[in-house]
Design a protein around this ligand. Structure first.
Ligand code: C2E
Ligand code: CA
Ligand code: CA
Length: 738
């Protein structure tokens, strides 16, 4: 322990002496450095790695380190200043710099002052750089670009190659631009600088020319003066002390550093393509995202709409949805005939109570499903509340409705029985048949009200079943549906027959012709009169097909009789609906007679008087055309009410058919006779041929004959008859005459 303390006593004073000594020594050193004379050194800083600014904005580089080394050796302290002047020559005239770097040799300042330069600090290799697609010729003949800050070096180069033409540039970029444009053949610069500058990606097209490399001195310059000379002299001593190893070490230190730092434009040049791709990718992702977002929004809106328009329990339309859709349908299909059906499950409340609400809901869904099975796209089904459904149902005739009824409602009626429960579902429904006004002034609420009223009647008066709000409308609707649906089939399958009613000359007792009258032999109803279906076909625009069928049949018959040696005449009926702008009936009849080898006078074409009144211009035009082609045109139903006697003057017909029914059915007989007698007289004096139709008695026939009308048609002579009977009559008549 004692020994330890002894050692400490010896060690402590020694440590104090050492610390004091080292303190003194270092302060002497600082003191020594502080006493050094300071030189202000002007250098260009755009020459990495020779002179440049480091991260802390301090001037650094190979040149700085070498200078520091020389200064240290010569007892100077240096302070580096970046020269602001455009050229070194100009900088020489600025007195703030004691010395300036670098110089290849002594040059004159911009103001013409002489300079002195130091010994060579180190050999700097200078290299020419050319653009990829060029080659280098004789150095003494080329045009070279250099930076303005290298004007000093420029002078040195000029001395070496007097034939070389040099242009100085403010910036590296502008010099490279001219090199690429071919304005200069090559650019000359310090090799170390090139090794730095050419790291820029956008300069990858530039090539160093190692063959054209030459060395330039790197010297310190000052204005020639006593002070300048003294500084240079002292510095020369310092320079001489720098070993080659030191020089190489400093150069290697900077050239091996990765000094070039990419700026934005470098990144853009190098990675621009990738960047563009990334931007495109991001944009596409954004677009996809936005679109997806939009479609989700639309989907949600759709769902929301559906929620409003659809009944969530059963999936049929809601009250709002039904009204909307029904209105759309009526606008879209104004030619369809529709019914509005209102259904109600009787005692649904009781069903709910007995079997529970869930069972009740299931029944409603079941009913909705059955209704949906029937529905087509031009129909609509909605649940307006609880157990009340409404259906806009396309009226396709009674039979179809009966079928649908069985298909939809029978399973519903037996819903609980089928599931082993003793309960029959009673359905009440009311039907409203839409009238033509309902298509013009669409009021779905009103239609629902009417159907509801009919349903209420059923519910109150009977257990189940249906009732029409407007029965007669229904009958008419049924008839329309039947005619529209079955007529095309009847035409195709031989259900349509042409009958003939002979026309008779009461004076000569001869059959002069016949009128072709259509008959529909219905599968279950037997022969249907034209009044049953012709107005419907006219209303629905389907009359032409039937008429054409009749005309062609008549032509076939006429041809057959012709072939048998009986040249006959037949009157055919033309509906006013057949005469349209796009339907040239004269052309149609002309084609028919050509096809069947007939003469035009064999066809007498009957156009009703009312048609002339309705659209006289078009009818008169058609009549003229027909007559020009040789057809006989007759005005049918003359006297049926609309005729103005004045019209006779304008309508160019061959014969007038006086309808006795119209002329005698009302008023007193005596007056009727007077009217008929005057009309006949007037027509005869106008030189128009007449035939009277609807002649039912001998008395009528005698009277007509006495008045000068011999041609007649009516039950008194013959009723309309099938073609076979008429054929027989023709033959018999001819035989009679023999
Ligand atoms: P309409 O052209 O005036 O034809 C004469 C109608 O009077 C026929 O009725 C005929 O059966 C009926 N009739 C003939 N003689 C007498 C009689 O003495 N007393 C009475 N009360 N009636 C008599 P139908 O065949 O029922 O035809 C009715 C109407 O249907 C026709 O009247 C005609 O306008 C139309 N029609 C008939 N066939 C065709 C056709 O093929 N095409 C077109 N568009 N209309 C036709
Ligand atoms: Ca007729
Ligand atoms: Ca008639």
């Amino acid at each position: 322990m004692k020994e330890k303390r002894k050692a400490l006593w010896i060690f402590m004073p020694l440590l104090c002496i050492f610390l004091l000594f080292s303190f003194c020594f270092s302060s002497v050193k600082v003191q020594a450095n502080d006493n050094l004379e300071e030189l202000k050194v002007g250098v260009p800083i755009d020459r990495c790695p020779i002179f440049y600014l480091d991260k802390n904005k301090n001037i650094t580089g190979i040149g700085v380190d070498l200078m520091e080394e020389a200064a240290l050796n010569s007892g100077y302290k240096l302070s580096f200043i970046a020269i602001k002047e455009a050229t070194i020559k100009e900088a020489l005239d600025n007195e703030i710099y004691d010395i300036i770097l670098p110089f290849g040799s002594a040059i004159k300042s911009a103001k013409g002052k002489s300079t002195i330069v130091s010994d060579n600090l180190f050999e700097t290799p200078f290299t020419l750089v050319i653009s990829n697609n060029s080659s280098l010729l004789n150095l003494n003949e080329i045009h070279v670009g250099m930076l303005k800050s290298l004007t000093g070096a420029g002078d040195t180069v000029k001395e070496l190659y007097p034939g070389m033409n040099i242009t100085f540039y403010d910036t590296m970029d502008s010099s490279i631009k001219d090199l690429r444009n071919g304005k200069v053949d090559a650019l000359l610069h310090n090799s170390y600088v090139w090794s730095y500058v050419l790291q820029k990606p956008s300069y990858s097209d530039l090539n160093v020319q190692p063959n054209a490399m030459f060395s330039m001195d790197f010297r310190i310059g000052a204005i020639e003066s006593a002070k300048g000379s003294e500084i240079i002299e002292r510095l020369n001593e310092g320079i001489a002390k720098i070993s080659d190893t030191k020089r190489r070490a400093i150069t290697l230190d900077y050239t091996s550093r990765n000094l070039y730092q990419y700026d934005f434009s470098d990144y853009m040049y190098k990675y621009g393509m990738y960047l563009l791709l990334i931007i495109l990718l991001i944009l596409s992702i954004m677009i996809i995202f936005l679109m997806k977002n939009k479609s989700i929004r639309q989907e949600n809106e759709k769902k929301l709409k559906l929620l409003v328009n659809q009944d969530t329990l059963t999936g049929v339309l809601s009250y709002v949805g039904f009204k909307k859709r029904a209105e759309e349908i009526l606008k879209e299909y104004p030619d369809n005939s529709y019914l509005l059906i209102y259904t109600n499950i009787k005692n649904f409340k009781y069903i709910n109570e007995r079997f529970g609400k869930a069972q009740g809901d299931e029944l409603l869904c079941f009913l909705a499903e059955r209704l949906k099975e029937l529905g087509t796209e031009d129909e609509a089904i909605g649940r307006i509340n609880a157990d009340r459904f409404v259906i806009l149902y396309r009226n396709s005739g009674g039979e179809k409705m009966h079928e649908d009824y069985l298909k939809a409602f029978d399973p519903v009626k037996n819903y609980f029985i089928e599931r082993g429960k003793d309960e029959r579902v009673l359905l009440c429904y009311g039907i409203y048949v839409l009238t033509p006004t309902d298509y013009q002034q669409i009021n779905i609420d009103l239609m629902i009200d009417y159907a509801h009223l009919a349903e209420k009647n059923v519910r109150e008066r009977q257990n189940e079943g249906y009732e029409f709000y407007n029965q007669d409308q229904w009958e008419r609707g049924k008839q329309i549906a039947e005619v529209v649906n079955y007529m095309p089939l009847a035409i195709k399958n031989g259900g349509i027959h042409v009958w003939y009613q002979p026309q008779y000359n009461y004076e000569t007792k001869e059959i002069t012709g016949a009128e072709a009258l259509v008959r529909w032999k219905h599968e279950s109803k037997g022969f249907l009169p034209p009044a049953y279906f012709i107005p419907i076909l006219e209303e629905t625009g389907l009359i032409y097909d039937l008429d054409y069928f009749v005309w062609e049949r008549v032509c076939e018959d006429l041809k057959r009789w012709d072939e048998l040696g009986y040249h006959k005449y037949v009157s055919v009926n033309v509906s006013r609906c057949d005469i349209k702008d796009d339907n040239d009936i004269s052309e149609i009849f002309n084609n028919l007679i050509k096809k069947y080898n007939l003469t035009p006078d064999q066809l007498r074409i009957e156009i009703t008087e009312s048609a002339y009144v309705e659209n006289s211009k078009k009818q008169i035009e058609a009549t003229n055309k027909l007559r020009k082609l040789g057809f006989q045109v007759e005005m049918d139903d003359f006297g049926s009410g609309y005729s103005s006697l004045n019209m006779l003057k304008e309508v160019p017909v061959d014969r007038i058919k006086l309808d006795l029914n119209f002329l005698t059915s009302t008023g007193d007989l005596k007056k009727s006779r007077i009217i008929i007698s005057s009309v006949i007289k007037m027509l005869l004096s106008l030189d128009v041929k007449i035939i009277a139709e609807g002649v039912e008695t001998k008395e009528q026939a005698d009277f007509l004959l006495s008045e000068g009308c011999a041609n007649m048609q009516g039950y008194y002579f013959y009723k309309p008859m099938p073609v076979e009977d008429y054929s027989k009559l023709i033959i018999k008549n001819k035989d009679d005459k023999k």
